[in-house]
Design a binder for this molecule. Structure first.
Ligand code: RUQ
Ligand code: CUA
Ligand code: CA
Length: 639
């Protein structure tokens, strides 16, 4: 269906006034007519100069050996459950951060420290992350945390960016399927906003299965980012898909595709329009503070009702109708617009944030008066990103393109001026969902790189069986025209990514001994009278045995310990090496036990010694020329 070669579009080369007219003519008719009407560009380029420009862009991504990337990229790992760290522009994978999955290399999901962080939800072995977002201060990344949703088990997790480990996980009560997730940008990320996608009955006890009833709804969830506890929840009409926050700190907005409260495809597409719901965060805070809230079931989280009563709006929300089944919700980096991406409509809706105070003060006749433009772009617009120079870039899922358009010109065209707002359409391979430009979620959007996360790779890579990788394409947007420079295969299913300047992320090379990550283990050792950095001791407590040992390349402090069959054994290893990059591991063979212990870290893991005999343990991270010899033995006496 699409060209196999990653050649640039032919169209941007030929933008005569004639093709401009053709485009405007087509857009006036229907969205479907737009499919053929690709791209018109700014500057005039010959085919040769285009090829040379593409070559130059492609050279930029070759980060030579020994040099470092300019940006950190954080990728969601989709239903694989982890977060991946990439260097941009090389697109090299630097690290994986296990979150909702179980990871054999680091022991995430196996160690006591990770299971403590996961809490009750440690019983789930799967997750489905979509939206990674970095905490902000004054609308700029502060590099402190990265937050990520789990749609599968309705969770939100936080990653500490100094150590690149998940340090908190929260299961959201009263809801199913956390999807859209964004952060308060201004004055700082006090709140995480998380959309629960699916409508469920309340209480969900099997007594009522009627989605149309008043007691069936979903909730908008607001989390205290520092404590990682629920702050409050808001009942909404319809469902919730994606969300974003503004640059004043007052509003958050979310798209709804199921205003019908339907349970099937036909039903969810019945209404010509669904809506964007806008939340007035201070108004909700004030109600909660004044005790004007309820709670649901066993949960103590304050809940306010943001639904309409007949024609009457709640004090907390406004519903702005937009064409049916919108998807992405993106705040423009200039702070002016919430942009709702049409999906089933070939348009995006630009909601003027400056008009929202009047909307909440009931000074506008119609919520649609906040719409600055309904911009025709092409088929299947899903997400939009920004370059900080007044341009927006939107993925067209069905057209398999990224369209670059100018926001000011789009508003002028919507108001009847004869102006072409489309700057370029670039073919991508194939069917893009999210896209993300460097620093786009902040006031510092720098318009250098754009990643288009394509859902299908088809023929772009060596074939690997029926399951294909996805294709994350890197596009140079620093000039007038977009240039595709790299195809990046990725495993299921990144959904979304975020790019931060490398100076915005400050990491530790060695753990602090007082790091809260392993504080519960330090506490346990203290009760046992153990000095973790020095002691190598076995403590027996009934049929519970705690083995404390140090590790220093290439030896464990305890090379042999004896337990009785059936004992519950906890092995606690403290890596006393102070050398950067010397991580040790601990694996007990045939016991499902594996963990990472990086310099100055303490890690622990608990298992049952259910098999009598000799069991070797060994170091799993290559730490020394004598790494293979870094071993010990557990001797299990028969019961
Ligand atoms: S959604 S492809 Cu899960 Cu971010 Cu739009
Ligand atoms: Cu210690 Cu390998
Ligand atoms: Ca709908």
């Amino acid at each position: 269906m699409k060209d196999k070669q990653p050649k640039p579009n032919a169209e941007p080369l030929e933008h005569s006034s004639l093709s401009r007219r053709n485009f405007l003519g087509a857009s006036a008719v229907t969205g479907a007519a737009l499919v053929g009407a690709t791209a018109l560009g700014g500057s005039l380029m010959t085919r040769e100069s285009w090829a040379a420009a593409v070559k130059e862009s492609r050279q930029k991504i070759h980060v030579v050996p020994g040099e470092l990337d300019e940006y950190y990229g954080f990728w969601s790992g989709g239903h694989q459950g982890e977060v991946r760290v990439l260097g941009i522009p090389s697109m090299r994978e630097l690290m994986r951060i296990p979150v909702f999955n179980v990871d054999s290399a680091t022991g995430w999901g196996l160690t006591n420290e990770s299971r403590h962080i996961m809490g009750d939800s440690a019983r789930y072995l799967n997750g489905d992350c979509h939206h990674p977002h970095i905490s902000m201060t004054d609308g700029k990344y502060d590099g402190k945390y990265l937050f990520i949703n789990d749609k599968a088990n309705s969770r939100v997790a936080r990653i500490r960016l100094d150590i690149m480990k998940c340090d908190k996980m929260l299961t959201i009560p009263n809801v199913q399927a956390i999807h859209g997730l964004r952060l308060q940008k201004v004055p700082h990320t006090r709140y995480v906003f998380a959309n629960a996608e699916f409508i469920i009955p309340h209480p969900n006890d099997g007594a009522n299965f009627d989605l149309q009833s008043d007691s069936a709804y979903t909730l908008f969830n607001v989390i205290d980012a520092e404590k990682m506890e629920m702050a409050f929840q808001v009942i909404v009409d319809g469902n919730l898909d994606n969300t974003d926050a503004d640059y004043t700190g007052r509003f958050a907005a979310a798209t709804c595709y199921n205003s019908e409260k339907a349970f099937d495809l036909g039903g969810m597409m019945r209404n010509e329009r669904d809506w964007v719901v806008v939340f007035d965060i201070p108004a909700i805070e004030a109600a909660v503070k004044a005790g004007k809230f309820t709670t649901l079931g066993d949960s103590t989280v304050p809940v306010v009702d943001g639904r309409k009563k007949g024609d009457k709006d709640s004090a907390f929300t406004r519903y702005i109708p937009v064409p049916k089944n919108p998807h992405g919700c993106n705040t423009s980096s200039d702070g002016k617009y919430f942009i709702a991406n049409g999906k089933l409509s070939p348009t995006v809706s630009m909601i003027e944030i400056a008009k929202l105070p009047d909307l909440f003060a009931d000074k506008l006749k119609d919520p649609r008066d906040t719409i600055a433009a309904e911009v025709e772009l092409g088929l299947g617009p899903l997400h939009t990103t920004f370059d900080g120079r007044g341009n927006a870039y939107t993925t067209l899922f069905i057209d398999s393109q990224v369209v670059k358009w100018n926001m000011a010109d789009a508003v002028r065209a919507y108001n009847g001026e004869k102006v072409n707002y489309i700057r370029q359409k670039l073919d991508v391979q194939y069917q893009p969902g999210h896209l993300h430009a460097s620093l786009t979620e902040t006031s510092e959007a720098d318009g250098k790189w754009l990643v288009a996360l394509c859902k299908f790779s088809k023929d772009r890579f060596l074939q690997v069986g029926p399951l294909h990788p996805e294709n994350d394409q890197l596009i140079d947007i620093s000039g007038e025209e977009m240039k595709l420079v790299h195809d990046g295969p990725t495993f299921a299913e990144p959904h979304d990514c975020i790019l931060a300047r490398r100076d915005q992320i400050r990491t530790k090379k060695i753990w602090d001994r007082d790091d809260p990550f392993f504080a519960p283990t330090v506490e346990m050792a203290k009760k046992d009278g153990i000095t973790l950095e020095a002691d190598n001791k076995v403590i027996r407590d009934g049929n519970r045995v705690r083995v404390y040992m140090t590790s220093s390349a290439p030896t464990y402090g305890v090379q042999e310990f004896t337990v009785r069959q059936g004992d519950e054994v906890t092995v606690v290893v403290t890596n006393i090496d102070e050398i950067e990059d010397v991580s040790h591991g601990f694996v007990m063979t045939n016991h499902g036990v594996s963990m990472e212990i990086s310099p100055q870290q303490t890690s622990s893991i608990t298992f049952v010694a259910d098999k009598p005999g000799m069991h070797w343990y060994y170091c799993s991270w290559f730490c020394h020329a004598l790494h293979m010899e870094m071993v010990g033995r557990m001797l299990v006496e028969p019961a």
